[in-house]
Design a protein around this ligand. Structure first.
Ligand code: NAD
Length: 248
């Protein structure tokens, strides 16, 4: 039976790579995007050209109404959801704690933490075997920043990813008896546009010589870990974290 997956923020970067790999593995793929309809439509077209099934829906994960509408639309137009990748996330300009303002903190926490929890809630409501669902798998995209704390760069972003790690651990245990596995990946330095938002587009190239594998990662390398955690190959793993960090 074809499985249906939702990948938030799936129009570019790690989310887009995950969407393409999921389609190649036979999933029916739903991606959500915040603004860039053209980029999302291109991912959908690429999947359909390869003979796969894909849909793109606009939704700001930080907005509860958008999240509710996203899941209801998938219920109606695609069918029951088997897998969720909580990938949507933001980073802001590097700055020290003295310069953080509340608006920025709200943006980071609403997107990275609240968005992840809201989407997981909607997925659990549908997947739980205690609610008539057939189970499923969730992967949250954390960051190596959850472990390092990113001092002097973005402690707020690191804290938001630390919250995702705690949430992953707790939720995995909470829903283990309902046929749902919850795991996370912690990417390190991956070539995506997120570093431009952090104010340093070439960050990966600056840092790569200091990484044990001496290079930055590709989005597809993170996607491989995500798809493994979603697959039956990891059927006895829940509440675990895979660091995709070039050995850092
Ligand atoms: P990216 O900026 O290319 O992708 C982020 C995606 O999230 C974009 O599609 C964006 O539109 C979407 N998004 C942001 N805010 C949203 C919102 N409110 N609602 C819906 N979608 C929203 O960067 P990426 O590197 O592919 O990031 C994917 C995930 O990987 C993020 O959670 C990020 O924190 C995490 N991550 C990335 C790296 C890295 O080095 N690239 C390292 C660690 C963790």
């Amino acid at each position: 039976m074809t499985k249906t997956i939702l990948i938030t923020g799936g129009s570019r970067g790690i989310g887009a790579a995950t969407a393409l790999l999921a389609a190649a593995k036979g999933y029916s793929v739903c991606i959500s995007y915040q603004r860039n309809h053209t980029a999302a439509a291109e991912i959908v077209d690429r999947i359909r050209e390869e003979g796969g099934q894909a849909w793109a829906y606009q939704a700001d994960v930080a907005n509860e109404e958008d999240v509710l509408a996203l899941f209801q639309t998938i219920d109606r137009e695609v069918g029951s959801l088997n897998a969720l990748v909580n990938n949507a996330g933001i980073l802001e300009q590097q700055c020290r704690v003295e310069d953080l303002d509340t608006a920025r903190l709200q943006r980071i926490l609403m997107t990275n933490v609240v968005g992840t929890i809201l989407c997981a809630r909607e997925a659990v409501r549908r997947m739980s075997t205690q609610r008539g669902g057939t189970g499923g798998a969730i992967v949250n995209v954390s960051s190596i920043a959850a472990r390092t704390g990113s001092p002097g760069e973005y402690v707020d972003y690191a804290a938001s990813k630390g919250a995702i790690d705690s949430f992953t651990r707790g939720l995995a245990q909470e829903v283990a008896g309902e046929g749902i596995r919850v795991n996370a990946v912690r990417p390190g330095f991956i070539y995506t546009d997120i570093h431009a938002s952090g104010g340093e587009p070439d960050r990966v190239d600056r840092i790569k010589a200091n990484l044990p594998l001496r290079r930055g990662g590709q989005p597809a390398e993170v996607a491989q870990a995500i798809l493994w955690l979603l697959s039956e190959d990891s059927s006895y793993s829940t509440g675990i974290f895979i660091d995709v960090t070039g050995g850092r």
